[in-house]
Ligand binder design. Structure first.
Ligand code: AMP
Ligand code: ZN
Ligand code: FE
Ligand code: FE
Length: 274
């Protein structure tokens, strides 16, 4: 069986619908051999996930997807194979917790003015770690205010929409500093989602270690050009599905993966940290 690892997925510790244990069991069922759980701004899934992965014979490496901003645009940075107990990582996670707490309060306030009554307490109950806009969208649908998740983003909480609040931004350089201090690799997530190649090049002036060149919703015709850019810049190539379970039902775990040659350096680096 060919080795396949999915390096981008979300659990109930952020906006995924499966627990870390269920995610690892699904990885096994889908025939994956490697995985990284990359929840938004939290590593709550770890270290317990390592035990689940061992039981299922899945090679698991630490991961997280950090939120940053550049020119008021949200930029996601994946970090891999870092020291999960490093204080710098925990400090950055704490900053995100505060940022999200304040921003969720502000978004709830704006939504109240639109006639939607959702409380901070019920929102906080929706995830074990990171609470964000997908949870707000789901609450608006579950409480019968909106017909579907997309409408919530399209009309109210999508970037720049009337109930959207960005929160105090964390920058790309400070995030990369933290990832590197914790001995990890920093990878630009889903580069095809940005408005232009020039904007991606601007992002990549920061000291990244890799680019996510394989991704569920990236047209396959684009993979080659991102791999080419990674090679030109001497960056590693990664890939993953960005599986969220029922939150994004069309995306299957393992629909986008890396092979052993791309996974092995990440695993080796992590093992050397232990
Ligand atoms: P947050 O981290 O709270 O800013 O929420 C960001 C997450 O919301 C992203 O990772 C996506 O999963 C989701 N999201 C952002 N924009 C949209 C959109 N227009 N439609 C659907 N989901 C979105
Ligand atoms: Zn997400
Ligand atoms: Fe993302
Ligand atoms: Fe993601």
């Amino acid at each position: 069986m060919n080795f396949r690892a999915d390096l981008h997925c979300h659990s109930t510790c952020s906006d995924g619908s499966l627990t870390p244990q269920e995610l690892i069991a699904l990885a096994k069922q889908e025939g994956l051999q490697g995985l990284s759980i990359t929840d938004h701004d939290t590593i709550e899934a770890y270290p317990a996930a390592f035990q689940f992965a061992k039981e299922q014979n899945i090679e698991l490496i630490p991961g997280i997807e950090f939120s940053t901003q550049l020119d008021s645009i949200s930029v996601h940075i994946l970090a891999y194979s870092f020291d999960i107990s490093h204080p710098a990582i925990h400090e950055l996670i704490a900053k995100h917790k505060k940022r999200r707490h304040d921003r969720n309060l502000q978004m709830i306030d704006k939504l109240k003015k639109e006639g939607f009554d959702i409380s901070f307490e019920e929102l906080e109950k929706t995830a074990k770690g990171t609470v964000g806009r997908p949870h707000i969208a789901k609450l608006l649908v579950d409480k019968g205010y909106l017909a579907d998740y997309q409408t919530a983003f399209h009309t109210y909480i999508g970037d720049g929409k009337r109930c959207y609040v960005a929160g105090v931004p964390l920058t790309i350089p400070e995030t990369l500093d933290v990832i590197h201090a914790a001995h990890g690799f920093a990878v630009l997530a889903h580069p095809h989602l940005y408005k232009s190649k020039d904007f991606v090049l601007k992002i990549l002036t920061a000291p990244f270690d890799g680019i996510e060149c394989y991704y569920a919703e990236m047209p396959a015709s684009q993979n080659g050009s991102w791999v080419k850019l990674a090679k030109e810049k001497n960056l590693m190539v990664t890939g993953g599905s960005d599986f969220h379970g029922a939150m994004k039902p069309l995306i299957k775990l393992g629909c986008s993966t890396v092979d052993e040659t791309l996974f092995a350096p990440l695993l080796k680096h992590y093992h050397e940290l232990l």
